[in-house]
Design a protein around this ligand. Structure first.
Ligand code: HEM
Length: 141
């Protein structure tokens, strides 16, 4: 599977103007399909929604700058150790993220190539974050 940065950026540009609705849709999807993870998050999600959204924008911006991207993901992964996130949560988050992007991109823009590229991006994101999270947990114990 390959990452096509042009497709990632062009599809993200369609989704981005939907702003807070995107994060709202994502959390609704995640909690509906994985009620068990709701208790890890604060009761009121509004700050959290903005931060997740900003993080996604930063990842897309630095997509071709591997060193910066990996640094951001490692920091994010280490912080997630304190949130109670586990490597096994990542597939559920990835599924909700892709469903959200597909919903807001719309049928015409969400081509098999776009989906494949986002799947590959999420593979890098979840792999790098999970490794840093596991390392942080191991060093703390
Ligand atoms: C694409 C992968 C993910 C991204 C980009 C992401 C991004 C973020 C960001 C930016 C924050 C705000 C705090 C900070 O910057 O440290 C955050 C908090 C959090 N994330 Fe994630 N996250 C991801 C995956 C996950 C997964 C797999 C879980 C596990 C269920 C998770 C659970 C949480 C929790 C519990 C918080 C704290 C929420 C609160 O304070 O209520 N995240 N995440």
């Amino acid at each position: 599977m390959t990452i096509n940065p042009v497709l990632i950026k062009s599809s993200f540009a369609i989704v981005e103007p939907h702003g807070a609705d995107v994060a709202g849709y994502f959390y609704q999807h995640l909690f509906e399909h994985n009620p068990g993870v709701r208790s890890l998050f604060a009761e009121h999600l509004s700050d959290q929604q903005d931060r997740l959204w900003a993080a996604l924008g930063a990842l897309v911006t630095h997509l071709e700058d591997t060193e910066t991207l990996v640094g951001i993901l490692q920091d994010l992964g280490r912080r997630h150790a304190a949130y109670g996130a586990l490597p096994e949560h990542f597939p559920a988050v990835g599924a909700s993220l892709l469903a959200t992007l597909a919903h807001f991109a719309g049928e015409e823009a969400w081509t098999p190539e776009v989906e494949e590229s986002w799947t590959a991006v999420y593979g890098v994101v979840s792999g790098t974050m999970s490794e840093a999270l596991t390392a942080a947990k191991n060093s703390a114990s």
